[in-house]
Design a binder for this molecule. Structure first.
Ligand code: PLP
Length: 391
């Protein structure tokens, strides 16, 4: 039986064109981009072409794109450098950020005494922007606001333009973890006055170990990895030329096909919502994930009406790869902060969250197989329940 991959928010398969582009670089362009001879300069040109491509996508200057190893590194660099070099004394964030933001903020609190204010989202996972404004006005401390664009578990989208405007009005820096939305949505940072954002190539069919940070030039951010002058001294170390070229090719394909991919994935997502609602009695969807205009089209967070901590394993045995939440915490036995936010105690006791995440390669036939598999698993629960009731 063919295996089905429905965990695209964790990572995506590499496109053939991306592999070809990377193999080409590995075979030919081995030069160190810092070298002044032609081997080095050819490698440098490859990097600069991708930098320009990423900058054009975001409507920013190429100098504002800093290549890194991943989303985690980009977010670490931004948050830590804001504290270390820009004098940030207070961070306003939410409890539903990705671990690489949440743990970095906590680290800054523990080691640098930074004050941390959490904006508690409502049961739909929405951040209260009036509350953000209110909190911003309570202190004169230099503040960084760090709020993600698209939540990796429930797909909720933040209005970047509104938040950036609020931050500007109140003299605060604004960082958004855009790892899930980059290359999936149009982004125009000439219209959105945010200061920092992050990108990771493996979320859009590029390679793992390649990403970038968007750093607004006027922010004055400095790097945390010191050494050579690479990446405007913001990120020392010989560049991952092959990974950067892979990111560039993946970005190019995503942008070229964005309309087609978006409409296909939206159709598949709506199909999944309809089929699951029709076939699994009592199923619900978490956060805003079933509202196509308020969530990222690649993510659907399902709440199954029975408790099954083994669901991931059972689906895997049926050839379906899926996760219950973020890949970083999928081995965890306790519910994620996101689920603790959007579910009440009763729901946590009797239900099972499941994150279905799509790509342009996902088909309706695959959704049919998921629905059939879930129906088979659900049936065992009603039988077990009847057994118990008859005892
Ligand atoms: N931020 C979000 C929202 C993510 O979903 C992820 C990855 O799952 C990351 C950051 C981390 O990105 P990377 O895997 O490139 O370190």
């Amino acid at each position: 039986m063919d295996k089905i991959y429905l965990d695209n928010a964790a990572t995506t398969p590499l496109s053939e064109e991306v592999i070809d582009a990377m193999v080409g670089v590995m075979k030919v362009n081995f030069g160190n981009p810092s070298s002044t001879h032609t081997f080095g300069q050819e490698a440098k040109v490859l990097i600069e072409n991708v930098r320009r491509e990423a900058a054009d996508y975001l409507h920013v200057s190429p100098a504002e794109i800093i290549f890194t190893s991943c989303g985690t590194e980009s977010n670490n660099m931004i948050i830590k450098s804001c504290v270390n070099h820009l004098g940030v004394e207070r961070i306003i964030t939410s409890p539903i950020e990705h671990k690489c933001v949440a743990e970095t903020v906590l680290d800054m609190k523990k080691r640098r005494g930074v004050e941390v204010v959490y904006l508690r989202p409502n049961k739909k996972g929405d951040i209260d922007l009036a509350k953000l404004e209110e909190v911003l006005k309570t202190s004169d401390k230099k503040t960084l606001v760090s709020l993600m664009h698209a939540n990796n578990e429930i797909g909720n989208l933040l209005d970047l333009k509104k938040v950036a405007a609020i931050c500007k009005e109140n003299n605060a820096l604004f960082h958004s973890d855009t790892v899930q939305s980059m290359a999936h949505l149009e982004m125009d940072f000439s219209e959105i006055p945010l200061d920092f954002a992050s990108c990771s190539a493996h979320k859009f069919h590029g390679p793992k170990g390649s990403g970038f940070a968007f750093v607004r030039k006027s922010s004055g951010l400095k790097g945390i990895i010191t050494g050579g002058p690479q990446e405007r001294s913001l990120r020392a170390g010989t560049e991952n030329v092959c990974g950067i070229v892979g990111l560039g090719k993946a970005l190019e394909l995503s942008l070229k096909n964005m309309e087609e991919y978006t409409s296909h994935i939206e159709e598949v997502k709506q199909y999944a919502i309809d089929r699951l609602s029709a076939e699994i009695g009592g199923v619900k969807f978490n956060g805003r994930s079933a509202e196509l205009d308020k969530s990222l089209y690649t993510v659907l967070s399902v709440l199954l009406p029975f408790k099954d901590p083994m669901i991931g394993l059972k689906l895997d045995m049926k050839g379906i790869a899926i996760s219950q939440g973020s890949a970083c915490s999928s081995g965890a036995t306790h519910p994620s902060m996101v689920m603790m936010t959007v579910l009440d105690e009763e729901e946590m006791e009797h239900t099972t969250p499941l994150r279905v995440s799509f790509s342009h390669l996902t088909t309706k036939a695959e959704i049919d197989r998921l629905v059939e598999a879930l129906k088979e698993i659900a049936v065992t629960f009603s039988i077990e329940k009847t057994d118990v009731e008859n005892r």
